[in-house]
Design a protein around this ligand. Structure first.
Ligand SMILES: Nc1ncnc2c1ncn2[C@@H]1O[C@H](COP(=O)(O)OP(=O)(O)OP(=O)(O)O)[C@@H](O)[C@H]1O
Length: 210
């Protein structure tokens, strides 16, 4: 799905050859500051390499229209951004961006239940706790029905029980729909439990002097 060749980005990333397969749940694992977020951002064109090639579906990422690309390759960042409005607005905003039809309140309610969010669709999103916002953000990207999901520590504000619930729901839906995910976590347990493949930054990066 993604191929990186001879990629250099500042003095942060130097990757000779690295491929990420499609229709798999992949995990990027490595120490803090090793460049995991930077690498994720290159996969949806938020950052562009200084040299080398970053290919998505065999085509250089920078040649895609950025808006079209981000409908297909969705990023869920470390901070769950909420927009002004209700929980419903915040769940639906990704679908609107993707040009997809609205989802019924019944389906949205089911999604809230599945995410164990004891909130109403009419509730103001900015009053939610950090962990609740993170689950709304999860719901939002799930509803986008994207091709690829890039998740940067998506459960950092959740307790272990809620993290398990959300990751179960997410990875099950992705596998049912044959989607691709690349997620970053600091938890070895989460990496081993949910990833089909774990990529270690130490193995991906060319170390200095080699
Ligand atoms: N746009 C940028 N320009 C310059 N330096 C940057 C830029 N973005 C990140 N960095 C630096 O690059 C290094 C890698 O950052 P990055 O956020 O990718 O690491 P990470 O592996 O995701 O870390 P963490 O696990 O702590 O989130 C850090 O030293 C960071 O300060």
């Amino acid at each position: 799905m993604f191929q990186l060749r001879h990629v250099q980005f500042k003095d942060i990333l130097h990757i000779e050859n690295f491929s990420i397969p499609g229709q798999r749940v992949c995990c990027l694992f490595g120490e803090s500051g090793s460049g995991k977020s930077t690498l994720l951002k290159m996969l949806n064109g938020m950052l562009t390499q200084d040299s080398g090639e970053v290919l998505y579906k065999n085509q250089e990422i920078s040649s895609y229209d950025p808006v079209d690309l981000r409908k297909e390759v969705v990023m869920l960042g470390q901070d769950a951004v909420m927009f002004e409005g209700t929980v419903r607005d915040n769940l639906l905003i990704g679908r609107k961006f993707s040009g997809k039809e609205e989802t019924s309140d019944q389906k949205l309610g089911e999604l809230l239940n599945a995410l164990r969010l004891g909130k109403q669709l009419e509730d103001e999103a900015d009053k939610l706790s950090g962990g609740e916002k993170q689950r709304v953000a999860f719901g939002r990207v799930l509803l986008m029905d994207a091709e690829v999901y890039l998740l940067d520590e998506p459960t950092s504000a959740l307790d272990v029980e809620t993290e398990t619930l959300v990751m179960d729901l997410f990875t099950n839906q992705l596998r049912e729909r044959d989607k691709t995910a690349v997620f970053v976590t600091h938890s070895k347990e989460v990496a081993e439990k949910y990833a089909d493949e774990i990529f270690y930054m130490n193995d991906i990066l060319v170390s200095e002097g080699t």
